[in-house]
Ligand binder design. Structure first.
Ligand code: KG4
Ligand code: ZN
Length: 337
């Protein structure tokens, strides 16, 4: 399928305001305005996030258009993240996108954030995966195994029963006293540590579903126990603890991904979402390519964490399939897949 439409997309589901312009599969601009106001709070403060989106949205749209060399009249449609995400954050992007598109006389395309993480694989420079493929989607709010029969025909075949993988990284990093978001911190520390320094048991969960909350409790108790006998334990063994935590989380993800490959017979495998930036996960996937002959798809780092280019690609595919939204479409923090 050859895509040709010119789409501007707005992503505001959490704490970053992002605007992208694409033509077909080609990214003309992908601007991300990171919010730093949350750094002192150990997590995203929803009210502060919405206020920062309000401040960022107009200049970010202007920058994205300028970088792309595209004027608003050239656009075929305006796509935006409808959900899931934080209500106040989504509201800003949805209200802006619909009002702006309406004033320009352009159609709007509401997009599902997790669908977009997967369809980031359709953006250049890579070639889209062969269909059907499996995608392990791992972000701060979701962890899913998805069978992708077509870009608009997706089937969730496994999901976390409690925390998302990114949330697990962040919560365990917090237990270690690392700054938010902890995922990239654990990733960085893990490169210097021994993943087998400390062993944690893997939860027994049936089928392709996953669970991370038991691991979190295990690590909490482990750290409390060790700190009792040596209050400097975390400081002294930071890298080994981080590497062992990462090893435990990746063990859960990779064993379920292997089961999904075995049960579907599909060896075309992709990863997506913020945690797909993790170096350990990327190299685990490369190992399966070399040892088990999987065909693997790892997104460039700029398409792993939240970005509007993936929203634009999903919007383009929906638009070219004849779908467009209406002025009454509302943000939905729990938008079903
Ligand atoms: O997809 P994303 O940017 O936002 C959501 O849709 O949630 O994912 C954010 C999550 C956070 O939990 C963050 O800690 C995690 O992705 N993350 C990482 C890495 N980079 C981001 N986790 C592990 N290693 C990384 N390098
Ligand atoms: Zn995301």
């Amino acid at each position: 399928m050859i895509y040709t439409s010119c789409i501007l997309a707005i992503e505001s589901s959490c704490d970053d305001t992002s605007v992208a312009v694409i033509r077909g599969r080609h990214v003309l601009s992908n601007v991300v305005a990171n919010q730093t106001v949350h750094e002192n709070y150990g997590g995203v403060v929803p009210e502060l996030a919405s206020r920062a989106h309000v401040q960022n949205i107009v200049p970010t749209v202007a920058t994205a258009l300028k970088e792309a060399g595209v004027s608003p009249e050239d656009l075929d449609a305006v796509a935006y993240t409808q959900g899931p995400g934080l209500m106040g954050s989504l509201h800003v992007g949805v209200a802006f996108a619909k009002a702006w598109a309406y004033a320009l006389g352009k159609p709007t395309i509401p997009v599902h954030h997790m669908h977009a993480h997967i369809l980031a694989h359709f953006l250049e420079p890579g070639d889209p995966p062969q269909l059907p493929f499996l995608c392990l989607t791992v972000s701060g709010g979701h962890t899913q195994l998805v069978r992708v029969n077509g870009p608009l025909d997706l089937q969730v075949i496994g999901t976390t029963l409690d925390d998302a993988a990114g949330e697990a990284f962040d919560k365990m990093a917090k237990l270690m006293g690392l700054p938010y978001p902890g995922g990239p911190e654990i990733d960085r520390l893990a490169t210097e540590g021994d993943p087998l320094a400390f062993a944690f048991t893997r939860p027994l969960v049936k089928g392709l579903d996953m669970s991370f909350s038991g691991l979190k409790t295990q690590i909490l108790h482990f750290l409390q126990r060790e700190m009792q006998s040596n209050p400097r334990f975390v400081d002294q063994r930071k890298a080994d603890i981080a590497a062992s935590i990462q090893h435990a989380i990746l063990g859960i993800l990779m064993s379920k991904l292997e089961s999904a490959v075995a049960s579907t017979g599909i060896q075309e495998v992709a990863i997506a979402g913020g945690v797909s930036a993790n170096r350990g996960l990327r190299s685990e996937l490369e190992k399966r390519r070399d040892e088990l002959n999987w065909t693997i798809h790892i997104p460039p780092l700029s398409f792993c964490t939240d970005n509007a280019a993936m929203i634009a690609m999903t919007g383009a595919i929906q638009f070219e399939a004849g779908f467009s939204g209406s002025i009454t479409d509302a943000p939905n923090p729990r938008l079903p897949f």
